[in-house]
Design a protein around this ligand. Sequence first.
Ligand SMILES: Cc1ncc(C[n+]2csc(CCOP(=O)(O)OP(=O)(O)O)c2C)c(N)n1
Ligand code: SF4
Length: 274
Amino acid sequence: MSEQNASWKEYIKESMLPQMWCSGCGNGIVLGALARAMAKLNLEKNKVVVVTGIGCWGKADDYFTCSALHGTHGRALAFATGVKAANPELDVIVLMGDGDGVTIGGNHLIHAARRNIDLTVVLLNNNNYGMTGGQASALTPLGMVTSTTKYGNPERDLDICSLVDAAGANYVARGTVYHVPQLDKLISDGINKKGFSFIEALSPCPTHFGRRNKLGDAVKMVKTLKENAVNVNSSQAQEGDLKEGSFLIGKLAERYDDDFNTAYEKIRQKIKTK
Ligand SMILES: Cc1ncc(C[n+]2csc(CCOP(=O)(O)OP(=O)(O)O)c2C)c(N)n1
Ligand code: SF4
């Protein structure tokens, strides 16, 4: 690592810019946050692997100059687990949408967190399946309109950070595309942290979710994120005084448990000395 911070340009293929996502989509902001986090940590490009599933956010691997693995829908964590278990030296960063990571791939998410494997997940939550036309996902809130819930979603959404925390991840955080410097930091802290790190990034999909729910344009959607976010360190959060519709942002959970590779090595050593 050099003394000076690298530039985000080291990590992003500038020839691919401007990015392909819809105007007003939050994906580009999260992409920038991740590239800045990598630069802040001066990650060695040849030791980083970005792993994605399928979806609009799943296309993000196209932009990185490091190695990338574009997996199958809902299976990014299965691929990433194999990469990390085979070569613990690598920084493995996993990018998943809410449909990809929680709905179709939810079981992988629970078990990767339980296993506490040293991966960093950036889960982009836009409350629906963007790429295929805005169907409901497990993170679509109750009552919201999607292409598969035209009269309102009858199901409640999961608090995915609470679930990943309960499963035992070493680091759990939530940020938004409004709170960009904080999002950069949450991601860089997550990469730095050994064990399973999970960052939920709340981001607008104006094309489908915003339009169907009459939430206004992208700017209005981002303002709504600003208005409803409550910093976990604020007195409001400490007093548990959260209004309906508001949510916590910041570092939500941290543990110091052995990550999977460390635990596995301990078992190996025990067998060797028998
Ligand atoms: C097994 C499987 N089922 C369904 C699909 C179709 N499919 C591709 S992308 C996608 C939605 C992705 O939504 P999400 O993960 O929320 O990401 P976003 O597009 O919103 O970023 C679906 C259902 C697929 N490729 N593979
Ligand atoms: S469909 Fe939604 S998530 Fe996909 S690029 Fe467009 S705004 Fe973004």
